[in-house]
Design a protein around this ligand. Structure first.
Ligand code: NAD
Length: 282
């Protein structure tokens, strides 16, 4: 039976540290502030935004939400970002993705000041991640590294396989593991022999966005399995990318969904907001 990696527990520990740092900053007259921008009324995005605001309250970060109608133009959104770039009460700007189809996400991300880009999606911060010299950690991959560290799972020299090559999860995950001396393979929708590649992984990260995609035959005995997916199955139940029931008995560690990677993403966002406040206040 696998050990469950408890993202709620680890994220609470990270948030506790962030809360302590917020107190220290407040003693110096610095109140870290996060602006969360939501365009449209996607129900999943609404839940994510609410969770982020709740986490800010828990750790003492000042947060402001901007909810804009789905018909907001790209210029209107970029104007708001430019205003927030100049607002000294705001240290971090988070634009909840996805944006409506008529808005170019890349243009919006690039409009965020690199010093306030707490998601680390801006080209400047992505470049720094490539170089291993980062100010802001990419939230989900950094949260996964925190989970592995908490369980004393060393990635150095391990065969790490990541399914998914998105800019948000797969690519930065590969970089963080590479910087820690893992041997990394990134798989995607055009990968041949996926099951065979996965079944050689010491650490398997699934970021596909397909319910129960990773089955027991794709996983090595005793592997560590990190499930990034947040999906709804055909009955509307929340589930990950891993067929938990059949994979769990075979592996040494596994993250549950919910309660695994998800809470860590938000905890790292809180950490990044503190980093932003420090950077902007020298
Ligand atoms: P994405 O849709 O941008 O990327 C999915 C990736 O999966 C792509 O690179 C694609 O090539 C790959 N893929 C698709 N079909 C495949 C197949 N048959 N075989 C191999 N690879 C295949 O998704 P994303 O933004 O990286 O998110 C992935 C999942 O993680 C989603 O369920 C998302 O909701 C979730 N997510 C969770 C968190 C969190 O905090 N837990 C954060 C971000 C994303």
């Amino acid at each position: 039976m696998a050990k469950l990696i408890n993202g709620k527990e680890v994220s609470s520990a990270v948030k506790k540290k962030v809360g302590d740092e917020v107190l220290l900053l407040k003693q110096k007259g610095i109140i870290p502030g996060l602006a969360v921008v939501l365009v449209g009324d996607d129900p999943a995005s609404r839940i994510y935004v609410n969770n982020k605001k709740k986490a800010c309250e828990q750790v003492g970060i000042y947060s402001v939400e901007y909810t804009l109608p789905a018909a907001t133009t790209q210029n209107e959104l970029i104007n708001l970002i430019e205003k927030l770039n100049c607002d000294s009460k705001i240290n971090g700007i988070l634009v909840q993705l996805p944006l409506p189809a008529h808005i170019d996400e890349k243009a919006v991300i690039e409009a965020i000041s690199p010093l306030k880009d707490v998601d680390a999606f801006n080209a400047v911060n992505v470049g720094r991640i490539m170089q291993g010299d980062y100010r802001f950690l990419p939230c989900t991959p950094a949260g996964i590294m925190e989970l592995l560290d908490y369980e004393n799972i060393d990635v150095a020299g391990k065969n790490c396989v990541i399914i998914g090559r998105s800019n948000i999860v797969g690519k930065p995950m590969a970089m963080l593991m590479l910087h820690r001396d893992a041997t990394v393979t990134v798989c995607h929708s055009k990968t041949k022999n996926l099951a065979e590649i996965c079944s050689r992984a010491d650490i398997l990260v699934a970021a596909v966005g397909k319910p129960r995609f990773v089955t027991a035959d794709m996983v090595k005995d005793g592997a560590v399995v990190i499930d990034v997916g947040i999906n709804r199955d055909k009955d509307g139940k929340l589930c990950g990318d891993v067929a938990f029931d059949e994979v769990e008995p075979k592996v040494s560690y596994i993250t549950p969904v919910p309660g695994g990677v998800g809470p860590m993403t938000i905890a790292v966002l809180m950490k990044n907001t503190i980093t932003a406040a420090k950077l902007q206040n020298n």
